[in-house]
Design a protein around this ligand. Structure first.
Ligand code: F6P
Length: 546
């Protein structure tokens, strides 16, 4: 990164640390005291980040001077901190029931949230008992299909998979997201329409993908009932802030569960957006998830910066992104159950923080959201870790592990954890040329040198390790809330609005312009579109006829 965009108050620390390898920093056995923290079921280890005490203190002084506590309190109390939309940001109020601290959220919001949670609990119980007719649901449901995209999909999808060991027997969950008809087509061939409950989740109830998939599923169920719409409606529930639109679409108001403007889509797992999850894992576990998140909310509201895990995570990200100039961060869960964590975080972090102007409309002073990417270990080791160890770019990593697995294949689990720990160590320590040379036993001196150069690992590559005691509803709730508050803190430090997403609009409106020109008749004009788009549409239309 060009040095003029680097926060100048950290320049001395950057220069000092540039000459110190992580291998050296890790020789200090007391280092972990400041950089390893436990919060309930989560251990956060930042000791392999390329920071020392003095750099951390400078970052701490920066955050303390930033007024972060007042900004945080404004969020918790429902101030309209989403300024470009004039909205409060109250996802924390959704789990306030699990909090030990009195909630500062507006009473009305808390009342509505409580009433909705009670509706969810009652429905979940009725479905478990096999008769949810009082809630408008057909008998004999075996499969739940959550239709939604972005925040209306990623949270419930992540949690449903992560908590598979907690699933209520006899009920299967499916997630229909993409507008690519292939997924709907496959689901319809797999499921029985008379035993399927579809939950259409859309905060706005205007999202193209969700409505198209909803239509497809409705026609499929309708065919099974010879068009009897009263019977069809018993296979649909909706979750939306736009009840009128959901009703117009054909879902009775009593079967619509509310969302609110004060909850952003990517922060909405804790609301009725998590209905398919609550049905999958049962009410008790859903409340445990909320309780885990509330534990982190309380911690975020009360801990000093130097012990506050979301604050520390944000400072490490700030350090890597803005001071060290790292453009991406790889998230590697060593848990197949957390397969969907990376895509969840992509929306949470990149939709929230991928901004280039401040809340005041001025250019930001430093780079914002890093690209978040990754996939589960150990698979990732056999795909792109070569580049992470020896490539020319330094990519900070986040390793997430689970101490106690949900199965009894202990040898597998020990191998899994040993790989996680080994990767973090290898990335930090590396292997010097001399060490590699000592290992090269045969050949001429020149041949040994050539080989050693290729077998040298630079090391000095930073990573964070998070260890969950076990993957439970509580620990998952806590983990997600940690990331949510980290995002809040980065939005605050960067001066951007982390709660709007204007950047997704342009593509949507161009797609609306293009759609008519893709009409199968080929008769619609492509006029008004740019030359490249026109050419591609003409090519698609021509190929369709072949
Ligand atoms: O396109 C982005 C987005 O608006 C996300 O922010 C949101 O989570 C997703 O689309 C789905 O929106 P909705 O819940 O309104 O269908």
């Amino acid at each position: 990164m060009s040095s003029e965009r680097r926060p100048s108050f950290l320049a001395a620390h950057v220069d000092r640390l540039a000459g110190t390898h992580l291998r050296e920093l890790l020789k200090d056995a007391t280092r972990g005291k400041r950089l390893r923290h436990r919060l309930g079921p989560i251990l956060l280890d930042l000791s392999r980040q390329k920071l020392d005490q003095a750099a951390l203190d400078a970052l701490g002084a920066h955050v303390e001077a930033s007024g972060w506590q007042a900004a945080r309190d404004a969020m918790f109390s429902g101030q309209p901190i989403n300024t470009s939309e004039g909205r409060a940001v109250l996802h924390t109020a959704l789990r306030a029931g699990g909090s030990q601290l009195p909630s500062p959220a507006p009473r009305d919001a808390l009342k509505e949230i409580d009433a909705t949670l009670k509706r969810i609990d009652a429905l979940v119980k009725a479905v478990e008992l096999g008769d949810a007719s009082a809630y408008g649901v057909a008998p004999g449901i075996t499969d739940i299909v959550n239709i939604g995209i972005g925040g209306s999909d990623l949270g419930p999808r992540l949690a449903a998979r992560a908590l598979a060991p907690y699933h209520v027997p006899g009920l299967r969950s499916h997630f229909l997201t993409n507008v690519d008809g292939q997924s709907a087509y496959e689901l319809m061939h797999q499921l029985d329409p008379k035993r399927t409950l579809v939950i259409v989740v859309s905060k706005t109830f205007t999202t193209q993908e969700t409505l198209l998939n909803g239509n497809v599923m409705r026609e499929w169920i309708s065919r099974a009932y010879d068009g009897d719409q009263a019977a069809v409606s018993r296979h649909f529930l909706a979750v939306s802030a736009n009840v009128a639109e959901a009703e117009k679409w054909g879902i009775p108001a009593a079967q619509v569960y509310p969302m609110w403007d004060f909850v952003g889509g990517r922060f909405s797992l804790w609301s009725a957006v998590g209905l398919s999850l609550a049905l999958a894992i049962g009410s008790y576990n859903f409340h445990e998830l909320l309780r885990g998140a509330a534990l982190v909310d309380d911690h975020f509201r009360s801990a000093v910066w130097s012990e506050n895990l979301p604050v520390l995570l944000s400072l490490v990200e700030y350090w890597n992104r803005d001071v060290q100039g790292r453009g991406s961060r790889a998230v590697i869960p060593y848990a197949d159950l957390l397969t969907d964590l990376t895509s969840y975080l992509q929306q949470l972090e990149m939709e929230s923080l991928g901004k280039q102007v401040t809340k005041q409309g001025q250019p930001v002073a430093q780079p914002t959201s890093a690209v978040v990417w990754g996939s589960v270990g150990t698979n990732a080791q056999h795909a792109y870790f070569q580049s992470l160890h020896q490539g020319t770019d330094v990519v900070p990593l986040e390793f997430i592990g689970v101490v106690k697995p949900a199965h009894d294949l202990i040898a597998n689990h020990e191998a899994l954890l040993s790989n996680l720990l080994a990767q973090a160590a290898a990335l930090a320590l590396g292997k010097t040329f001399d060490e590699a040379l000592a290992e090269a036993k045969s050949g001429t001196d020149e041949e040994r040198r050539v080989l050693a150069a290729q077998r040298t690992f630079p090391g000095d590559r930073p990573s964070t390790v998070m260890l969950l005691d076990a993957l439970t509803p509580e620990s998952l709730g806590a983990l997600i809330a940690l990331y949510e508050h980290k995002v809040f803190m980065l939005g605050h430090l960067w001066g951007v609005n982390a709660f709007d997403q204007w950047g997704v609009e342009l593509g949507k409106s161009i797609a609306r312009q293009i759609l008519p020109a893709l009409d199968a008749s080929g008769a619609k004009s492509v006029a008004g579109l740019d030359a490249s788009t026109q050419a591609l549409i003409e090519e698609i239309q021509a190929r369709r006829k072949v």
